[in-house]
Design a binder for this molecule. Structure first.
Ligand code: SAM
Length: 310
């Protein structure tokens, strides 16, 4: 076990119940992290093989150690989950029986100050999950226009004072570029003050910035269609998201692919001949139980949905 890499897998029981690893042979974990969920998949089926993907080399190294006992049933790939088709082709797999995406950051990433994800612990303005990515939080904060910054904060952070914070960033960076997460967090707290006992408003601005740095919504959009193509009939796609925009994207995607008619409502008879590709398994989104929340507060925002390939 890699004790330096701390992350508690969210919704473990619920995810395994929906993914049904005991019913298949080939699985993809597109967000390996420390390999917590992957380990559960491999434990529950001694014949299962897995492709594990992560864009963070530190996560891959930790997962490599944690999953060592499963030998060559584990195939690790450095890259993004939108490359899953490419990795399957490399492995010679033309279909899989289950895919898991547990999108977001790991506790290890958040808790490692020098990765620059945290507004609480001072570090460089980085936030790249893949350290080879040329775009870092520093580039966005110091080079993007006021309008671009405002859009990022408004759309991904859903904050009220996006414009004021974007304006203040542009004014402050004229004097000296932002280098540290602490400088940015202090500035946000000054402009978007929180009253009462709520936590710092920087959390939402930092989340928005992280989504932009790692193109998290674009990644999900590109991956969903490919995931469905790769699934064998009866195979399941399970997605855990932590942001309302991602959860909405998954929900709409599942609904669109499970519908058998996309004709306008005023058509007297169906003329589209749409063939549904998915059956939605989670009619209602699955969230953490009180018991899990007591043990892992980071599960509070987790939203799990699953669908089965028809
Ligand atoms: C919440 S953690 C996953 C934890 C894992 N399920 C476990 O139980 O240990 C998310 C991981 O996914 C990775 N990640 C996020 N988006 C990714 C993407 N588009 N492609 C590949 N990896 C991604 C992050 O680097 C991080 O290590």
């Amino acid at each position: 076990m890699d004790n330096n890499f701390h992350h508690i897998s969210v919704l473990p029981k619920e995810t395994m119940e929906l993914l049904q690893p005991e019913k298949g042979l080939r699985f993809i974990d597109g967000t390996l992290g420390a390999g917590g969920h992957s380990g559960m998949i491999l434990e529950s089926n001694p014949n299962a093989e897995l492709i594990g993907i992560d864009q963070d080399r530190e996560a891959l190294a930790a997962a490599g150690k944690n999953l060592e006992k499963f030998g060559d049933r584990v195939n690790l790939f450095h890259g993004t989950f939108s490359q899953m088709k490419e990795f399957c082709a490399e492995k010679g797999w033309d279909s899989v029986d289950g895919i898991l995406l547990d999108i977001g950051v790991s506790s290890h990433q958040i808790d490692t100050a020098e990765r620059g994800f945290s507004f609480r612990a001072d570090g460089p303005l980085d936030m790249r999950m893949n350290r080879r990515n040329p775009l870092s939080a520093s580039t966005i904060i110091n080079q993007y226009s006021e309008e671009q910054l405002k859009t990022i904060f408004k759309e991904y952070g859903e904050v009220k004072r996006a414009g004021a914070v974007a304006r203040a960033i542009v004014a402050d960076r004229e004097k000296k570029p932002f280098e540290r997460t602490g400088e940015l967090a202090d500035m946000i707290d000054r402009v978007d003050k929180v009253t009462g006992r709520r936590q710092s408003s920087a959390v939402l601005y930092f989340q928005a910035l992280r989504i932009a740095v790692n193109d998290e919504l674009g990644e999900l959009e590109r991956a969903l269609e490919d995931a469905v193509d790769l699934l064998a009939p009866g195979g399941r796609l399970t997605v855990i998201s932590f942001h309302s925009l991602e959860d909405r994207m998954v929900k709409r995607f599942f609904n669109r692919l499970s519908t058998d008619c996309i004709c306008p409502p005023d058509f007297p008879v169906c003329a589209c001949n749409t063939v549904p590709k998915l059956k939605v398994i989670t009619r209602k989104v699955v969230t953490a139980t009180k018991k899990e929340l007591a043990e892992n507060s980071r599960a509070a925002c987790a939203r799990l949905r699953a669908a089965e390939k028809i």
